[in-house]
Design a protein around this ligand. Structure first.
Ligand code: NAD
Length: 254
């Protein structure tokens, strides 16, 4: 019989997670470490990355912390150069803001595109190229249901466009790198209870509206995204590439 349990394990694998200091990224780092990977927790905020790595190590698992800004090409290239090829890359770092399109400045547009889209591209280019040379690897990009639906009532066309582009970047890299043994997938979560939502104005009212729009009638939790990322990172997902996996309580069915 095929060894299903072993295929889900990540023993001996090295993973790097961006934006691992809190929220979904921290949960991904924990999920990968809990199933055997040695995890490099990176974040713009090194103290947050360190806190995640400390929590993982306190559980007897393997992690280290590094500062990494996904908008800094030189920093990314230097880190990729210094490390052996990764087995797993999770491109998670992302930001959001809310502006009406008619009132959005170039700076507000550019900031979201630079982190959410170009940041994912920069990470895939730096770390994915080494996977291609090594002939193996799994990349998981954190997209969003916002790449498919338009969130309401908050206006955020820059965010929605960035996530739609992340999905198509994922599919493009999946095709380009499939012959080299590198799988590239994305997850597309619904609203997840993370600090990202804490900064949202009128959040109680909005959460009520969002849960009304969701068949499962609740927000998601970070671990519910991380467990899908863990599966996609594992050999249990060996035939999946170019997938955009909805993790959304049925939101996009309606
Ligand atoms: P969060 O704000 O809780 O955490 C994001 C982390 O990314 C922070 O630790 C932050 O320091 C880090 N970060 C920000 N800019 C960075 C940069 N330039 N370089 C490196 N790190 C940087 O966010 P979250 O809710 O955990 O979201 C994580 C990802 O999931 C994002 O890509 C987001 O768009 C996506 N997502 C979130 C939700 C949600 O409802 N929370 C839903 C769908 C998709």
């Amino acid at each position: 019989m095929f060894d299903y349990a072993s295929a889900l394990g990540l023993n001996g694998k090295t993973a790097l997670v961006t934006g691992a200091g809190q929220g979904i990224g921290a949960a991904c780092a924990e999920a990968l470490a809990a199933t055997g990977a040695s995890v490099i927790c990176t974040d713009l905020d090194i103290d947050r990355a360190q806190a995640t790595a400390d929590r993982i190590r306190a559980a007897g698992l393997s992690a280290q912390a590094e500062a990494l800004n996904v908008t800094d090409t030189a920093m990314l290239e230097a880190m990729a150069h210094a490390l052996p090829a990764l087995d797993i890359l999770v491109c998670n770092a992302g930001i959001v803001s809310s502006h009406k399109a008619s009132e959005m400045s170039d700076a507000a547009w550019q900031a979201v595109i630079d982190v959410n889209l170009t940041g994912v591209f920069r990470c895939c280019r730096a770390f994915g190229s080494k996977m291609v040379t090594a002939g193996k690897g799994a990349i998981i990009n954190i997209g969003s249901m916002s790449g498919q639906i338009v969130n309401t009532p908050q206006p955020q066309c820059h965010y929605n466009a960035s996530k739609a582009a992340v999905h198509q970047l994922t599919r493009s890299l999946a095709v380009e790198w499939a012959p080299h043994g590198v799988r590239v997938n994305a997850v597309a979560p619904t609203y997840i209870a993370t600090p990202l939502l804490d900064g949202v104005e009128n959040s109680e009212e909005l959460v009520a509206r969002w849960t009304d729009l969701t068949p499962m009638a609740r927000l998601g939790q970070p671990h519910e995204v991380a467990s899908v990322v863990q599966f996609l990172a594992s050999d249990a997902a060996s035939l999946i590439t170019g997938g955009i996996i909805a993790v959304d309580g049925g939101y996009t069915c309606l």
